[in-house]
Write a protein that binds this ligand. Structure first.
Ligand SMILES: [Fe+2]
Length: 353
């Protein structure tokens, strides 16, 4: 009997925007309203497909006979969608294929290089989304509160210092000696870069001891924990998350331009607080950290598409976590400017021990 989980894959990203009166899906380019099927049953079908998803591009398959066979098999085999008539399922699947939301997988493996090219492609779009966040645009345009500038610096300091919590962890847990050596080398080059941000904090008259005592926002911890979780479960997924982080900083000219704008708007007194961050960009550019993900992935001769798909899903979740981090930094410091002598953060659930 045909099993839909092995028969179709969803294109990436496919989001379910609404599933009440009608089913509305979306991807980067468009929103698609699908009529003629109860939304809950459409969602059940999409979940079945997603459970066995692969990274193959959608729209390459779609053989009519296979669509009909699969639809009949779903109706016969799956209790959760037992109310679905075969014809409706068939039409639904055909629509998904026509709209390039679903396709027949054409292969079961890919190379590390192929996955890396797919990731780089997504990173280009995700970087645009990440740096269109109002935290970054308000810093570049000068509309942020000075307290948000402080908060952005403080949480960046914690985040960069977090290399000691994630990179060393990834290196120590990695079972592959080749990848472990890459992580260890990256760690040796990164472990003390938080000092650049400490210098920036001092230039803005923020006491780093106070920053250390209060600790990072929960959202900053979430970013670090997400990276640590990836390191625990799959070194390739960690390399992909690291690749996204490094890709955000790999366009050194763009970063230097951004810091120039921040200085123009927020350093009227001439403290020079962006200079250490520019020095950091220059150093990372010299280290070529933007190529770490390629160094890890390119030599891998074969990955199952299921594995590659898990990597893609993990790094997508990481990107979403970064977006939430930006929102939290912006909102928190807009409402609660940093106070060095405070014993603990405003709104924090548990005081520090
Ligand atoms: Fe660095």
């Amino acid at each position: 009997m045909t099993d839909i989980a092995q028969s179709y894959c969803l294109s990436f990203p496919t989001n379910i925007d609404h599933a009440k009166k009608s089913l509305v899906l979306s991807n980067y380019e468009e929103r698609i309203r699908i009529e003629g099927i109860p939304p809950s049953l459409g969602v059940a079908l999409l979940k079945r497909i997603n459970d066995g998803g692969t990274i193959n591009d959608a729209g390459k398959g779609g053989d009519d006979r296979e669509v009909a066979d699969t639809a009949a098999a779903i109706s016969a085999a799956d209790d959760s969608i037992s109310g679905l008539e075969g014809a409706a399922a068939e039409r639904f699947l055909r629509t998904l294929v026509q709209e390039k939301i679903a396709a027949r997988p054409t292969r079961s493996t890919c190379t590390g290089h192929e996955l890396r090219v797919i990731l780089d492609d997504h990173f280009a779009a995700w970087n645009t989304a990440l740096f269109s966040h109002s935290l970054w645009t308000s810093l570049a345009e000068g509309s942020a509160r000075p307290a948000v500038v402080d908060g952005w610096l403080i949480e960046s300091y914690h985040f960069i210092r977090g290399a000691n919590a994630r990179l060393s962890y990834a290196a120590s847990l990695c079972p592959d000696p080749r990848i472990k050596a890459i992580f260890a080398h990256h760690y040796v080059e990164e472990y003390d870069h938080y000092e650049f941000f400490a210098q920036s904090l001092r230039a803005r008259a923020i006491d780093v001891d106070d920053v250390d005592r209060q600790g990072p926002l929960a959202a900053t911890r979430a970013v670090l924990n997400m990276a640590r979780k990836a390191a625990r479960t799959d070194p390739i997924a960690y390399a992909a998350c690291s690749g996204l982080m490094e890709s955000t900083g790999s366009d050194a000219d763009r970063a230097r331009t951004f810091y120039g704008k921040v200085a123009e708007h927020f350093d009227k007194s001439g403290s020079g607080f962006v200079r250490p961050m520019i020095a950091h960009v220059n150093l990372d550019e010299k280290f070529e950290h933007g190529s770490v993900m390629a160094d890890v992935l390119d030599p891998i001769p074969v990955l199952t598409v299921e594995h590659a798909n898990r990597v893609l899903q993990t790094v997508f979740q990481f990107k979403e976590t970064l977006m939430m981090w930006f929102s939290e930094v912006q909102t928190h410091y807009h409402r609660n400017p940093f106070k060095g002598r405070a014993l603990y953060r405003h709104g924090r659930g548990n005081p520090p021990e």
